[in-house]
Write a protein that binds this ligand. Structure first.
Ligand code: VGL
Ligand code: ZN
Length: 206
C-alpha cells in the first residue's frame, strides 16, 4: 500500500513566512489534487520551542544562515520559525487537512534539529513514523512538501534506509537552495528513490 506524506507545508515556509521557501505556495493546490490518489495521507509538522538551538537568535552575535556545531553536527542557524503554537507553525490555510490521518511533529527537542520526519539529525530519537507506516502496511512512501533540500531530502533518505520504496514528487516540492537540491536529488536517485512528476501520477490514475 502507498501513502502520501506531506512534509512541513506550514505558513512559515510559505512566502510571507519566517523561513519562506521560494515558490512554496505553488505546491499547495497540487498536493491537494494528489491526495485522492492515496489511501493514506500523513503530514509532518516542524514544531520548535522558542529556545531551539537551531535558531540564530539563541546564539548571541550569530546571524541566520551562518553555520555552527550542534551535538557534534554541522548546523545551519535558521531564523526563528515554526514555534510551537504560533501562527507560522500552522499548516498553510490552503492545504486540505481533512484526509490527513496522522501528524508527526518534529524538532521539539531544543538541543538538536530534526529535518527528517523519522528521526532527529543525530538519529537519537524516533518520531514513531516508521512503526506507524509498518503497522499500516505501507511499502511505498510518496513525498511532497518543503523544503526539498532539507526536510524532504532527509525524510527520503531515512525512508530508504528503513527499507521503504520512496517516490519524491518533484514538482510538489520547492528547495531553499537550488544547488543543494540538485545534490540531494542525485543522492536520492543513487540510493534507489524515484523522482516523478505529479502529472504522471494524475494521468496514471485516470
Ligand atoms: C526545515 C529548515 C529548518 C524544513 C525545517 O522543513 O525543510 N528547514 N527547519
Ligand atoms: Zn525547523
Amino acid at each position: 500500500m502507498k501513502a502520501l506524506l506531506l512534509i512541513d507545508i506550514q505558513s512559515d515556509f510559505i512566502p510571507g513566512g519566517a523561513l519562506a521557501v521560494a515558490g512554496g505556495d505553488q505546491i499547495i493546490a497540487l498536493t491537494n489534487q494528489l491526495q485522492p490518489l492515496f489511501e493514506l495521507v500523513l503530514a509532518t509538522q516542524d514544531w520548535h520551542p522558542a529556545s531551539h538551538k537551531s535558531f540564530a537568535s539563541n546564539h548571541p552575535g550569530r546571524q541566520p544562515f551562518e553555520t555552527t556545531q550542534l551535538q557534534g553536527l554541522e548546523q545551519v542557524l535558521w531564523p526563528d520559525h515554526c514555534i510551537q503554537g504560533s501562527a507560522g507553525a500552522e499548516f498553510s490555510p490552503q492545504l486540505d487537512m481533512q484526509r490527513v490521518e496522522a501528524i508527526f511533529r518534529k524538532g521539539t527537542d531544543p538541543e538538536i534539529d530534526s529535518y527528517s520526519g523519522f528521526y532527529d539529525n543525530g538519529h537519537l530519537k524516533s518520531t514513531g513514523l516508521a512503526g506507524y507506516l509498518r503497522e499500516r502496511g505501507v511499502q511505498q512512501l510518496y513525498l511532497a512538501g518543503l523544503a526539498g533540500d532539507y526536510c524532504v531530502y532527509f525524510t527520503a533518505k531515512d525512508a530508504l534506509e528503513l527499507g521503504f520504496e520512496v517516490v519524491v514528487i518533484e514538482d510538489a516540492t520547492r528547495a531553499i537552495d537550488a544547488e543543494g537540491f540538485g545534490r540531494a536529488k542525485a543522492d536520492l536517485l543513487q540510493g534507489g528513490a524515484q523522482l516523478v512528476l505529479s502529472r504522471d501520477l494524475l494521468q496514471q490514475a485516470q
